[in-house]
Each structure stands twice: as structure tokens, then as C-alpha cells.
Design a protein around this ligand. Structure first.
Ligand SMILES: Nc1ncnc2c1ncn2[C@@H]1O[C@H](COP(=O)(O)OP(=O)(O)OP(=O)(O)O)[C@@H](O)[C@H]1O
Length: 347
């Protein structure tokens, strides 16, 4: 178990004191894939870096596997850190060492016997799919390959816990998928606990079992990913959920949508529906109960933790108070509703 209790961390900046962590408490179980999500400056990286005390909190405690790291001396802390690997956004490889040399580094620092290092490096490289790159230099690798080396290096001392700081943010979408797949495999095959920071809802959707949502140095909500995204309570979670459920609304309609309704305008609405939405049932409820005219303009189904999650974009027209009542009706049924704007009838 990883237990973070009431962490406070401040930084002095030219503008004054910045509270990067403002009383954060979290518990993460062994074997979990735990995501930390938030907008820029929310405190995600600072929180991640307090787990191995790369950042020392001014208040609060960090307990990993029953040991309170905040109470350890330097040499005990160094040995505790060997059980915690870390992966960085920009890979952090040494350009003057080969791939094998980079992966060997933590083993050399930990004093592994020479005879054990090369076989171990080879098996780590095989595990991350880089068997043939042992002698390559970092400059000869693609971004995805560099991150695989970063992961192999982080796993060198056989940690139980891996901390990933925006591990895929520098990668293209296809490479991101492959690296996320590798992380999931490591979790399943080695039982590795992974705590990762991201500003991308899609990374959380694909990877996390549970997620903590951060705003202004605080965890504003946490829970299972499906629950958080299907019934978000905080502003940040709502905006991530809306991004994830964004249906491919035709560009022309988005462009056309105005913030103020004109006479006879239709309201462009997107709905995020836990489970597979039955378009017909939803549309007919809106038509019958609220006497609206409804056109479905787009829809799709996503999957989170094996559960489906649908989204629909609609153009609804009718009396404004009926549209308001319909939105209220949908929200009461845990359907996320976002009004994108108002579109003239002939649009
Ligand atoms: N070393 C530092 N010195 C001064 N201020 C810092 C330092 N590290 C972080 N901060 C401040 O603390 C706050 C939280 O930063 P942090 O990097 O943890 O956020 P984040 O959510 O990871 O953001 P991003 O996604 O942009 O990396 C920010 O306001 C940041 O400016």
C-alpha cells in the first residue's frame, strides 16, 4: 500500500508562495494502475515526485510498503528508492551511453556484480521489445524506442512501483498506444504497481483502474475511472469527460453555433451516456415528454474498463424552458450534457 497523508508543498516564486500541494491524501493498493489527472499547474508532477521524495513535502507523510519514507535517513532512503522506478516525459537517457549502458546504470549504482549486469540488461531489453538495440545509441532511436529504454532502466532494480510522469506526452498517438499497452502488460505480468501523471483523459481511459483528479494542489475527486468520467463532479473531471465523449460534430455546425439563441434557433447539445445509449429511447423521451424536435447529428461508443460509454450530439428545437427542462431531466439520469451553442434553423 502507498499512503500519502495530508501532503503540503510550497514553492517560492517571484510572484509569491505557490502551494503546489495543498493537503493531499491518497491510498494506492499494490497492483493498481492509478492515474493522476489535471490541467497544467494543478500539482500532478509535484505529487508524483513526493512519492519517492524527489520533492520533500513540508507537511504530511509518505508511506510505501509500511515504511514511512519521510522519516528515513539519506542512505535508507536511497535503498528504498531502488524499489521505486521512474519514467520521464523526455526519457532522460544519457547520450554518451549505449542503450545497454543506460539500462545498466542503476544496476551499477546499486552495486550489482558485473557478471549479473549484462544478462539482466538483455532480459530487460527483451521484455520491452528492444532485443536488437543493445548496442545502439539513444540518438539512433525513435521516441517510442527511447521510452522503452527509459522503462527498461526504471525496471532494472526490479521495483514494485513505477512512477510515470507524462510518459507518452512526447509521442504520437500510435506510439502512445503501444507504450500504454507495454505498461499494461508489465502491470499484468509482473504485478507492477503503476502511478502515472497525465493531462490526457484518453491515457487515463486506456490505462487506469482508478484516478485522482487534481485542481489547484488538491485532489478534488477520486475513484474508479468509469465512475469519475460517467458522473464527474468537479469542473476538471467534467471537462475531461466532455473531451472524451466529444462526438465528431460536423465542423460546419460547430462553426455555426452561436452562444446566444436566435429566433427559431436549435440548440446543439452533446450527451455523454453511461452504457450504450439507445438513440431511439433517448430521442423519443425528449420528443414526447418535452415536445422538442430532435435531430441526431453524430454519435459513438467508447469503452472504459470494459464498460461502454456512449455519446450523442443532437440538435434540439422547441420552447427554451422545455429545452431547459429536458437538460435537467437528462442530468438527473446521470447523463452528461454540454450545450455547444445555438444554430439557425436553416444551418
Ligand atoms: N521547482 C519549482 N519552483 C517553483 N514553482 C514550482 C516548481 N515546481 C512546481 N512549481 C509550481 O507548482 C505548481 C504545480 O506544478 P506541477 O508541475 O506539479 O503541476 P502539473 O500539474 O504537473 O503541471 P504540468 O502539467 O504543467 O506539468 C505550479 O504552479 C508550478 O508553477
Amino acid at each position: 500500500m502507498i499512503r500519502l497523508r495530508n501532503l503540503v508543498k510550497t514553492f517560492s516564486t517571484p510572484k509569491g508562495t505557490e502551494r503546489a500541494l495543498d493537503g493531499v491524501s491518497l491510498e494506492i493498493a499494490w497492483g493498481e494502475m492509478f492515474g493522476i489527472i489535471g490541467r497544467s499547474g494543478a500539482g500532478k508532477t509535484t505529487l508524483l515526485r513526493t512519492i519517492n521524495l524527489l520533492e520533500r513535502p513540508e507537511q504530511g507523510s509518505v508511506e510505501v510498503d509500511g515504511r514511512e519514507l519521510t522519516r528515513l535517513g539519506e542512505s535508507e532512503l536511497a535503498s528504498a528508492r531502488r524499489h521505486i522506478g521512474m519514467v520521464f516525459q523526455n526519457f532522460g537517457l544519457l547520450s554518451r551511453r549505449t542503450v545497454a549502458g543506460n539500462v545498466a546504470l542503476p544496476l551499477e549504482l546499486a552495486g550489482y556484480p558485473r557478471s549479473e549486469i549484462l544478462p539482466r540488461v538483455r532480459s530487460l531489453l527483451a521484455r520491452v521489445g528492444l532485443k536488437d538495440k543493445e548496442e545502439a545509441w539513444p540518438s539512433q532511436l525513435s521516441g517510442g524506442q527511447k521510452q522503452r529504454v527509459g522503462i527498461a532502466r526504471a525496471l532494472a532494480t526490479a521495483p514494485k512501483l513505477l512512477l510515470c510522469d507524462e510518459a507518452t506526452s512526447a509521442l504520437d498517438p500510435e506510439t502512445t498506444k503501444q507504450i500504454l499497452e507495454l505498461l499494461r502488460q508489465l502491470n499484468e505480468e509482473l504485478g507492477l504497481t503503476i502511478v502515472f501523471v497525465t493531462h490526457e483523459g484518453d491515457v487515463v481511459r486506456r490505462l487506469a483502474d482508478r484516478v485522482a483528479v487534481m485542481e489547484g494542489g488538491r485532489v478534488v475527486e477520486q475513484g474508479r475511472v468509469f465512475d469519475i468520467f460517467s458522473s464527474p463532479r468537479s469542473r476538471t473531471a467534467r471537462s475531461f469527460a466532455a473531451e472524451l465523449s466529444a462526438t465528431p460534430v460536423p465542423e460546419a455546425l460547430r462553426f455555426e453555433a452561436q452562444s446566444q439563441p436566435g429566433v427559431g434557433a436549435a440548440t446543439l447539445i452533446t450527451l455523454a451516456v453511461p452504457g450504450e445509449p439507445s438513440r431511439e429511447a433517448l430521442v423519443s423521451a425528449l420528443v414526447r415528454r418535452f415536445e422538442l424536435n430532435v435531430d441526431v447529428v453524430a454519435g459513438r461508443i467508447e469503452h472504459i474498463q470494459g464498460q461502454s460509454w456512449g455519446s450523442l450530439s443532437l440538435l434540439a428545437s422547441g420552447a427554451p424552458e422545455r429545452i431547459g427542462a429536458a437538460i435537467h431531466f437528462l442530468r438527473e439520469r446521470h447523463i452528461g450534457v454540454e450545450v455547444l451553442g445555438h444554430v439557425g434553423r436553416d444551418a
